[in-house]
Design a protein around this ligand. Sequence first.
Ligand code: DC
Length: 279
Amino acid sequence: MVNRLCGGQSGGGSSLNMSNAKHCFKNTENGEKYMTAERSEFANSGNTGNISIAIDGPAGAGKSTIAKEISKRLSITYVDTGAMYRAIGLKAMRMGIDPADVRRVVPMLDGTNVSIEYVDGVQHVLLDGEDVSGLIRTEEVSHYASVISTIPEVRKKLVELQRALARVRNVVMDGRDICSYVLPDATHKFFVTAEPEVRAARRYTEYAAAGKLNGRSFDDILCEIKRRDERDSTREAAPLRPADDAVVIDTSEMNVESAVAAVLAVSYTHLTLPTNSRV
Ligand code: DC
């Protein structure tokens, strides 16, 4: 495989628009020399503020797997913002509220408390004091989260929580609007993506292994992924798209190790080059 850093590339036919992204990192076998990049190297790089690694991208691209690994290697906190939208979606689902019904969702928010706790370094999301981390990974909650996240009032509430977390600690945060909106001053910005078919295949394998297919075929899952992409990227409030200054990493043909190496390599390079350098 060839290392490729390319400007403004479309990501090879993905349904997501990459035209405004500056750099695109596909297929890598290198990064070995960067694999030892540790937090101390980041800390010694002259960056005196908090480290904030922002990772956006569509469902199933591998963001959370990559972010968790980065968090482990750099000993920084992983913030999974999708879990927060899922918690609010779960509440609407439990209350029998249509997640698209703004007139019912907005009043629901007043009495809703979403908070985050870390137990042995693992994020737990609390909904009104209840740990719902194990209840939010169903396809139904995915749907509720995707629909409810189009409501600006929902986003406002959660963005405050996300920014507060990044103010007090070093974070690697993943989501849809982290680079452009939640942490526009993030020290490192990435857009992790993959072809819809590849993402659907990963989900299919995951669900099959967990016995969660519930009769769905690969094509059903591909349809769900494409529907979510469409909703997440065409909504008015903070649509999913690569930020101008994000580095795009296409994981279609990459394993986790290579993708992590790419994030570390680019982050490390940004920190050690003069401030106005371009990769
Ligand atoms: O990353 P995830 O699949 O757990 O996210 C669930 C939904 O939440 C996703 O369909 C879009 C929404 N979301 C968002 O709008 N903004 C974020 N920062 C994170 C997730």
